[in-house]
Write a protein that binds this ligand. Structure first.
Ligand SMILES: Nc1nc2c(c(=O)[nH]1)N[C@H]1C(S)=C(S)[C@@H](COP(=O)(O)OP(=O)(O)OC[C@H]3O[C@@H](n4cnc5c(=O)[nH]c(N)nc54)[C@H](O)[C@@H]3O)O[C@H]1N2
Ligand SMILES: Nc1nc2c(c(=O)[nH]1)N[C@H]1C(S)=C(S)[C@@H](COP(=O)(O)OP(=O)(O)OC[C@H]3O[C@@H](n4cnc5c(=O)[nH]c(N)nc54)[C@H](O)[C@@H]3O)O[C@H]1N2
Ligand SMILES: [Mo]
Length: 675
């Protein structure tokens, strides 16, 4: 029996430490590491099931390379050898490059695994062949970065508060974040243990809201008005830090008139949150050091970029920056913060010329055009479930003249449309390193078992592909062990990979919380926090954040929210039978008032539609959503829903106000009882 420390590489706030145990003749056992500060001996309900379930189920895993035999999307394939698969891919990519140019090859990958080698190394190949790339950040969190960059500088891409500093906070605000689902250990331990009062701002009564001291429920897309209402109340309480503003903030006085006008009563009318609750929230936030967690859903609104900018004014104007127990958090870029050299890992120097960039939201339109792309290579993501404009995307990937390669652990909806499918190894099957995006942790990923069948780690697949294409650059075939040694050197770890495995996890700044922006220098053009931003103007954006809200949906339409499910990690785990049972019916939650008006009861089948598409769901009537709003969790594979599709049938890919980023929570739908 062998037990090793490892780390969960999913796109999740937690980055749990795990113990993986192999015994001859048995499945590997995967549990939470009792010594790991986040996991504390347990995995979350979904990963605990899937890692001991579908991830080790050879009947669900892809075991050999496959070549398509039926129509695209039919899921009919025949096994072929690695040699054949790689030489076919190499030939096709080579032909396309020589006849149509290298940029006719479009590559796409995202956060399906976040371990550094499996996510970073394949980009060396992408760069070396000068391929085009999908900028997938736009489907998740780009506009939040643009907004926080304007305010606090580009370091916000890497650094928000260190969760360990919560011990010094009097108040923690969770705004548009639901860690009860999206970071279950942060919810269960970090939030529960913190002495701070908890303020949750979310239109939905989530399980995170259930444990809050105060829950504000703005109508979706009205958070900027709420932010200004809070600022008005904070200023009345004397909570603005005039000295901090004078020394470290640019342009605050330009907001005076807007803050004057944004009384809590005005904000109540704009957002639906009672004025008294806004005042209470302001007193909570001003009672001592306060931390602000801006969730990724805060910016998935048509005006989501402005909302992030407005929310960021709270710490800026109250001086809740640079001291223990303060600050803001969005996404921490821990690898970068720890010293990992992205350019080395991803081989940016191997690129001789730029390819094209395709924003995630325009994927369907751009891929439909045969004059642009003739090959599509996809790994670490499942766009045929998660991307916008799904029915158009299905048509695009059905093109006969498009050569599609999918690399995954499973026969996903995306793999079904591929010409060649390659089987990837899971995190149990190769050594690697992970970096968190909430906790400032770097963890080991340990190989505990051989991959099933002929599956290979992403890195090995791309090494072999480089060789099949006759590439000579040493960086394209660098061994994992050599890269891991280099990464350990970059983060300053004192020891080799075996010593790192033994340790399991290391933290940026060691045992002490890192105080973000402690020296109060910001890498904005002025070096201060820029409330008023000339840079924004050069980007075609307003100089100042504003208090505008989205219009309420027109007659009869309802606004659809599609946040993270407790039983899925994005679309991952949809094919685990036990988790599919837990997730249950594909439900749409609607408020009792709307249900009464539409004559819909819990359990009814409803048609949810708009100009973009339609899906058939099961109604659940509950006042956990607001009137005028409906909710359904993301993460369904259309192929597994008897043709009921995914919520992304309903999102046409319209971008929001900053960074051409997702506005998926701005989707409006009609709901009717299904005949
Ligand atoms: N309606 C709606 N749509 C959304 C969202 C929403 O809120 N609402 N959220 C958006 C967001 S935030 C995101 S991030 C995207 C995510 O959407 P996706 O990127 O499609 O989601 P994942 O489930 O992370 O898909 C990862 C895939 O990677 C595979 N994988 C895992 N490990 C490995 C590996 O080691 N190698 C290889 N080759 N493959 C591996 C998994 O099996 C899985 O099929 O969805 C977006 N779509
Ligand atoms: N279990 C699980 N964990 C996950 C994921 C998953 O799919 N499942 N996905 C991972 C990924 S890729 C990401 S990006 C993160 C996302 O995780 P989070 O950052 O927590 O974001 P979401 O779950 O999309 O939404 C959080 C909350 O925002 C609320 N919200 C929606 N619209 C508004 C609004 O207009 N105003 C306010 N104030 N709130 C609003 C929603 O009701 C929801 O409760 O989670 C990661 N972790
Ligand atoms: Mo995401």
């Amino acid at each position: 029996m062998t037990t090793l420390k490892s780390t969960c590489p999913r796109d999740c706030y937690d980055s749990c430490g795990m113990l993986v145990t192999a015994e001859p003749g048995k499945r590997v056992r995967v549990i939470g590491d009792p010594e790991h500060a986040v996991a504390r001996g347990s995995l979350c309900a979904k990963c605990g099931v899937a890692y001991n379930g579908v991830f080790q189920d050879e009947s669900a895993r892809l075991l050999t390379p496959l070549r398509r035999t039926g129509q695209k999307g039919s899921g009919e394939f025949e096994p072929i050898s690695w040699d054949l698969a790689l030489s076919e891919i190499a030939d096709r990519l080579g032909d396309i490059a020589s006849t149509r140019g290298e940029d006719a090859v479009l590559t796409m990958n995202y956060s399906g695994t976040m371990s550094l080698l499996a996510s970073g190394f394949p980009n060396r190949f992408v760069n070396a062949i000068n391929a085009s790339e999908v900028d997938y950040g736009t489907i998740c969190n780009r506009s939040g970065f643009v907004a926080l960059d304007l305010l606090f500088g580009s370091a916000t891409r890497y650094e928000g508060f260190d969760p360990r500093t919560a011990k010094d906070a009097a108040c923690i605000v969770l705004w548009g974040a639901n860690p009860a689902h999206s970071g279950p250990h942060a919810h269960k331990h970090w939030l529960a243990d913190s002495p701070a009062k908890v303020l949750v701002i979310d239109p939905v009564r989530t399980r995170t809201a259930d444990v809050a001291d105060l829950h504000l429920r703005p109508r979706p897309g009205t958070d900027a008005a709420l932010a200004f209402g809070l600022l008005n109340a904070l200023r009345s309480l004397g909570a603005f830090d005039d000295k901090f503003i004078e020394n470290h903030v640019m342009g605050a006085d330009e907001l005076d008139a807007l803050i004057d006008a944004s009384t809590p009563e005005w904000a109540e009318a704009a957002t639906g949150v009672p004025a008294a609750a806004i005042r209470d929230a302001a007193s909570m936030y001003s009672a001592g050091p306060a931390m602000l967690w801006c969730g990724q859903s805060l910016q998935r609104q048509p005006q989501g970029g402005n909302i992030m900018r407005a929310a960021g004014l709270l710490p800026a104007l109250t001086g809740n920056v640079g001291k223990p127990g303060t600050g803001f958090y969005y996404v921490n870029g821990v690898a970068k913060l720890a010293g990992v050299d992205d350019d080395y890992l991803e081989g940016s120097g191997l690129r001789a010329r730029d390819g094209k960039t395709v924003l995630a939201l325009e994927l369907a339109d751009r891929l439909a055009d045969p004059d642009e792309f003739l090959a599509f290579m996809v790994w670490n993501t499942n766009p045929l479930a998660s991307a916008a404009n799904l029915s158009k995307l299905r048509d695009a990937v059905s093109r006969d003249d498009l050569f599609t390669v999918s690399i995954d652990l499973f026969m996903t909806d995306t793999a079904r449309y591929a010409d060649i499918v390659l089987p990837a190894a899971s995190f149990l099957e190769f050594d690697d390193m992970t970096a968190g995006y909430f906790n400032l942790s770097l963890g080991v990923q340990s190989k505990i078992v051989e991959p099933p069948g002929e599956a290979l780690p992403n890195q090995e697949i791309f090494r072999r592909l480089a060789i099949a294409m006759g590439r000579k650059e040493p960086a394209l075939v660098e061994a994992d062990s050599s890269i891991l040694d280099a990464l350990l050197g970059q983060i300053g770890f004192d020891g080799d990979f075996e010593a790192f495995r033994e340790r399991g996890v290391v933290y940026v700044n060691g045992d002490e919380p890192r105080i973000a922006y402690e020296n109060l220098s910001f890498d904005t053009p002025s070096g201060r926090i820029e409330v008023a931003s000339d840079k924004a103007v050069t980007l075609g954006l307003p100089r100042l954040p504003h208090a505008g809200v989205d219009d309420a949906p027109a007659d009869g339409l309802l606004r659809l929210l599609s946040p993270a499910s407790e039983w899925r990690l994005n679309d991952t785990y949809a094919n685990d039978p036990r988790l599919a049972r837990r997730a249950g019916e594909f439900e749409l939650t609607l408020h009792p008032d709307d249900a009464a008006r539409l004559e819909i009861a819990s359990g009814d089948t409803v048609r949810v539609s708009n100009d973009c598409g339609e899906v058939t769901l099961t109604a659940e009537v509950s006042d956990c959503v607001l009137p005028g709003t409906v909710m359904s969790y993301k993460g369904r594979w259309p192929s597994r829903e008897n043709g009921h599709g995914s919520l992304n049938e309903l999102y046409d890919g319209r971008a929001n106000d900053m960074g051409e980023s997702t506005a998926v929570h701005g989707v409006e739908v009609q709901v009717t009882p299904a005949a």
